[in-house]
Design a protein around this ligand. Structure first.
Ligand code: ADP
Ligand code: MG
Length: 699
């Protein structure tokens, strides 16, 4: 991949820099540095302040500082290891230098009366403050050492490439730049920069490599440093532009316009037994508008757990099917796909629609049969997991792909799907549904290539789930409460979680818990589902729970998404602190689907960290998924919220979505303006920050 990026780069080859030969060049390439310009964009991770000598008396623990003093005593000690201790003093105080690795020459250098300057991190030792393995040099009376003129940059590096070399190379690159032998193109027009009150690119770059002594080191961590803000802004802008470009390219593709009579959808709505909410109607209309166009729909539908997205998807599917096309609906887990298959069968079979099922666990013969039916176009609605898009699955005339619970799929998977369903010049419409609400600004950043609808209303009559946070020592109480509820005809979930992402361990925990609960509550009918069970076993357990033959379902987080059993009104989640807020909210969304008041018990073990307390409190305080997402963003950052895969699309070098979130509205605005007023700047910006990544080019 790096070669692909390199091809897209123009600039001064890194070999031109003095001191860089083929071996060093190869190491620099590992850091993504191929040109001198790349090197200038290779920015420090952090800085050290060696610009002033600090009085020893003013040092605090944890400071990294330069001190200077006279050696009072140096000798070798034998504790568990042999070590060299040297005591220095500067009139304001004294401290110890401690070395575990040293030679005779170093020992001799640190003779009594010699003045040394040291740099290191201050720790607390047995006899006061000390520096362990500081860098040090002798200060001569005639040639006093100069202090550093700038904060000292610490660069991300790689094996065989020393910090000092990187500092030297960047020095040389900056000199070329200052001498005008190298240019960094400024792609942000002056009027844009002025409006944003950000420094120019060259000021920002120079400043970040060699910050002047009066720079507050803390300003880098907090994102307040203007040079850093400038580059973070530009990087986010480049990402936004690239997704915008992707969206633009897709809009040039063709799709079949779906113009249905809407007889099917009218019949489904009649048969539902409930009225669609205003939000459902509005989003349905937005989808219909998209579908009727000759360009592929790319729409993300967000909606809180239980807002009724499945019906919306079904209505879209029926329009396409009625117009003579095939539809594929994909879910991330078999359990969820099964649920969809059942609901959709119930809704669509009476209309004469042919449904098929495809999952990884389907046996050879039925699989072959299913594939044949899809290929000849007999299957109108195909439901399943990723298996839907395996190589040998060919569609006759696929017009619409629906992806449920999208947070598990990244942009590249999304693109791959389109390719799969597409023919030479016709692409399917795509509808993507997610129940992990993401604050709008963030959604517009991570999904800038998609249109965006929100089902922002719950069906009437839903009661909020009453949530309590309870320590494990009250487990017996919880078990008794569960018993009572089940004896009153309610149904319950008991969800087991594990820290490690091991399905086997999680399954084991669920099995153990089910056995314990069965012992404690012999009169309850208890079922068990986890990811290790065969799909037909899983399905029959779910069926039994659904039909009320089971009182209690012990489960792993496999039931996180989509499972819909309205009579279940109590949920216990063990070790909830291990999960993200969004995931907990999803889980909790399995109850509160019927008309009885529901409750959720968050049963934690041990002591909760402050952060965990805050997260569980958020869940207790509100049932609003968007509010929960907002708090999750504050507490855990966007990577968690978007899911690692999704966040992976934005492998940011300088910007940090959480730290720089308040830049995002400006980034969006600037991206639109730039594309309009300065279209020639778009590609160079994307190339600078993202390169010509294969995925984006192919899209
Ligand atoms: P989600 O948005 O979480 O996917 P579902 O589509 O699973 O939600 O819907 C949750 C439940 O609400 C289902 O049982 C569904 O039949 C029901 N439902 C959907 N829309 C309405 C409505 N307008 N009125 C009443 N119940 C509805
Ligand atoms: Mg759903």
């Amino acid at each position: 991949m790096s070669t692909v990026i390199a091809q897209g780069k123009t600039g001064t080859p890194i070999l031109r820099l003095s001191g860089v030969g083929p071996r060093i060049a190869e190491r620099l390439a590992r850091l993504g540095i191929h040109t001198v310009e790349d090197l200038l964009f290779h920015l420090p991770l952090r800085y050290e302040d060696r610009t002033r000598v600090v009085p020893i008396g003013s040092l605090r623990m944890g400071d990294a500082a330069v001190v200077q003093g006279e050696v009072q005593l140096t000798d070798i000690r034998y504790a568990r290891r042999r070590m060299l201790l040297s005591r220095i003093a500067d009139g304001t105080g004294s401290l110890t230098l401690r070395f575990f690795h040293f030679n005779a020459a170093q020992q001799a250098t640190l003779a009594r009366g010699v003045r040394v300057r040291c740099y290191g991190e201050v720790r607390r030792g047995k006899s006061g403050l000390e520096l362990v393995h500081p860098e040090f040099s002798v200060v001569d009376a005639e040639t006093p050492l100069a202090v550093a003129e700038h904060l000292t940059p610490i660069y991300p590096t790689t094996e065989g490439l020393h910090q000092l070399s990187l500092r030297q190379f960047t020095d040389r690159a900056l000199k070329l730049f200052n001498d005008g032998e190298l240019e960094l193109c400024e792609w942000l027009p002056a009027d844009v920069l002025a409006e944003l009150a950000l420094p120019s690119l060259s000021d920002a770059v120079v400043n970040l490599h060699r910050p002047p002594p009066d720079t507050h080191i803390e300003s880098f961590a907090s994102g307040e440093h203007t040079g850093q803000r400038r580059l973070a802004f530009e990087e986010l802008l480049a990402h936004q532009l690239s997704l915008q470009q992707l969206r633009q390219r897709v809009s040039q593709h063709r799709a079949v316009p779906v113009q249905a009579k809407r007889d099917f959808s009218a019949r489904l709505i009649k048969a539902l037994g409930f009225e669609l909410t205003e939000a459902q109607l509005r989003v349905t209309q937005e989808i219909r508008d998209d579908l009727s166009r000759p360009t592929p729909m790319q729409r993300l539908v967000q909606g809180d757990v239980g807002s009724g997205k499945t019906v919306v998807a079904a209505l879209a599917a029926l329009d396409a099917i009625e117009s003579g096309y095939q539809v594929a609906l994909m879910a991330p887990t078999e359990l969820l796909a099964e649920q969809h298959f059942q609901n959709l069968s119930r809704w669509c079979t009476p209309l004469g629609v042919q449904l098929s099922w495809l999952s990884g666990s389907l046996k050879t013969a039925p699989r072959r049969e299913a594939i044949e039916q899809i290929k000849i176009g007999a299957t109108q609605l195909l439901v399943g997991t990723h298996a839907l898009f395996q190589k040998d699955v060919e569609f006759a005339n696929l017009a619409l792909i629906i992806v449920d619970e999208q947070h598990r799929f990244g942009v590249h998977q999304r693109l791959a799907l389109r390719e799969k369903g597409g023919s030479e010049d016709l692409f399917p419409h795509q509808l993507i549904m997610t129940a992990t609400p993401i604050p709008r600004t963030l959604a517009q950043t991570a999904y800038a290539d998609l249109d965006y609808s929100v089902v922002d209303e719950l069906p009437p009559g839903r009661k909020p789930v009453d949530t309590v946070v309870v320590p494990d020592k009250r487990r017996d109480e919880v078990v008794q409460r569960l018993h009572q509820a089940c004896k009153q005809g309610r149904q319950a979930y008991w969800v087991c979680t594990l820290i490690e992402e091991s399905e086997t361990l999680e399954a084991q925990a669920a099995e153990d818990t089910a056995a314990q609960l069965q012992m404690a509550l012999p009169d309850l009918r208890i079922g068990l589902v986890h990811g290790r069970l065969k799909s037909d076993v899983k399905e029959s357990v779910m069926q039994a729970f659904k039909s009320g033959e089971l009182d209690l379902l012990v489960a792993t987080t496999v039931i996180e998404v989509g499972v819909d059993v309205p009579n279940a009104s109590l949920m216990v989640i063990e070790n909830p602190e291990r999960l993200g807020l969004a995931q907990l909210h999803q889980l909790r969304g399995r109850v509160g689907r019927g008309s009885v008041a529901s409750s959720c018990v968050l049963l934690y073990h041990g002591r909760l960290s402050e952060n965990a307390q805050a997260r569980l409190a958020a869940l207790r305080d509100t049932n609003d998924g968007f509010e929960i997402a907002r708090r999750d963003l504050e507490l855990r950052g966007p990577g968690e919220l978007l899911g690692t895969r999704q966040a992976g699309i934005m492998r940011l070098r300088i910007a940090d979505l959480q730290r720089d979130i308040e830049l995002l509205p400006l980034v969006h605005k600037t991206a639109r303006e730039l594309a309009k007023k300065y279209p020639q700047n778009v590609s160079p910006l994307i190339r600078r920050w993202i390169g010509d990544k294969v995925q984006y080019r192919d899209a």
